[in-house]
Design a protein around this ligand. Structure first.
Ligand code: SF4
Length: 344
């Protein structure tokens, strides 16, 4: 495949808008028409808006569902023109929307004027989404330095406009921006599914070790950053003892909330995990097996949270595909539930 920013195919029309050129004449393949978009992430207690300054994620987790979502699949033809197969090349490409910060600036000004106009949509705030903008949902916001540079500028811009921000990452680059992130309107979360490094080498081979993720998050907390952790995705072969150990260790970063989600299968990640030789695929390959494994994991994480004294901070993310297979009251207990976090 061709790498970002190089190659003759970049001269073709690709992306959300007409291609543009930077000062040196290089084609910028993806531009942002708008920077932040309304999101259904309030169902998970995460946000009302998402910001995705980049197309693609070089972390390339094999369990990642993003390449199967419309956010990437709808760009399949454009990515194809760039020499990228959107599913099998996941982890090898990343195309910044280089006009992202300028588009954000314009959008924020438009939204702020909305109070004086019924024609322009203003900021919305749901009880569970709290008006938060989340970086990111379609890629890791600190996957590499070019992405981090855009994200940091965008965070500063949003804070200028008094917006709440949630950062979720598997990476460590945010450690260079703790001064900016230690702010009452910012929460920073690390994804730490387990501390079993053999397990994560199979599913997240390019991400830093879980120990390094925790160390960075703990330092962030020490410097005044409000933190959260996602234990996600757990795999069907994880024992309760492993979940207990994970919770015990992540509690040292003093997370306000600990989200839990099991692996939810999709065709692209199933193929990537099968190619890697993951040993637990049988437990998720049929709907019945997957539902059984989710409910088993749910029981284990609640028992582990009770044992480690953090049940009040545990926040479950039941997948929408469980609807009709699980008592609806159990799903309704968590969908659109505000977290226990305190926000400035
Ligand atoms: S870091 Fe997130 S977006 Fe990137 S590959 Fe991993 S799960 Fe997907």
């Amino acid at each position: 495949m061709q790498k970002e920013g190089t190659g003759k195919n970049l001269s073709k029309r690709v992306g959300d808008t007409e291609p543009s050129t930077d000062g040196a004449g290089a084609i910028q393949p993806f531009e942002a028409k708008t920077a932040i978009g309304k999101s259904a992430l309030s169902r998970k207690g995460l946000a009302d808006y998402t910001a995705n300054p980049v197309v693609g994620c070089k972390v390339g987790c094999r369990h990642c569902a993003i390449p199967f979502t419309p956010a990437i699949r709808t760009k399949g033809r454009n990515l194809d023109e760039l020499g990228v197969a959107y599913g099998t090349d996941w982890g090898d490409y990343s195309f910044p929307r280089t006009n992202f910060v300028a588009a954000l600036d314009q959008q924020l000004q438009r939204m702020e004027k909305a109070g004086r106009s019924t024609l322009v949509p203003g900021f919305e705030e749901t009880p569970a989404g709290r008006g938060i903008t989340m970086f990111s949902i379609n890629h890791d916001p600190f996957q590499d330095q070019p992405t981090a540079d855009i994200v940091v500028q965008a965070i500063a811009k949003l804070l200028d406009h008094d917006r709440r921000i949630r950062i979720h990452t598997r990476m460590l680059l945010y450690r260079h921006n703790l001064n900016l992130l230690a702010h009452p309107k910012v929460k920073v979360g690390a994804s730490i599914p387990s501390f079993n490094e053999d397990r994560l080498r199979l599913t997240e081979p390019k991400a830093p070790s879980p120990t390094a993720r925790l160390k960075t998050l703990t330092e962030a907390r020490r410097q005044g950053v409000a933190t959260f952790v996602t234990i996600a995705p757990t795999t069907p072969d994880m024992a309760e003892a492993e979940m207990r150990e994970t919770l015990d260790r992540v509690l040292t970063a003093e997370p306000e909330v600990i989200f839990w989600e099991p692996y939810n299968p999709d065709p692209v990640s199933l193929a990537n995990l099968a190619a890697a030789g993951v040993p637990w695929l049988e437990q998720v390959e049929s709907k019945a097996a997957w539902v059984a494994s989710v409910m088993d994991g749910w029981e284990k994480i609640e028992a582990a949270a009770k044992a480690t004294g953090c049940l009040d901070r545990l926040h479950i993310w039941p997948d929408h595909a469980l609807k009709g297979y699980v008592d609806q009251a159990r799903l309704d207990e968590w969908w659109y539930r505000p977290t226990v976090e305190h926000w400035g």
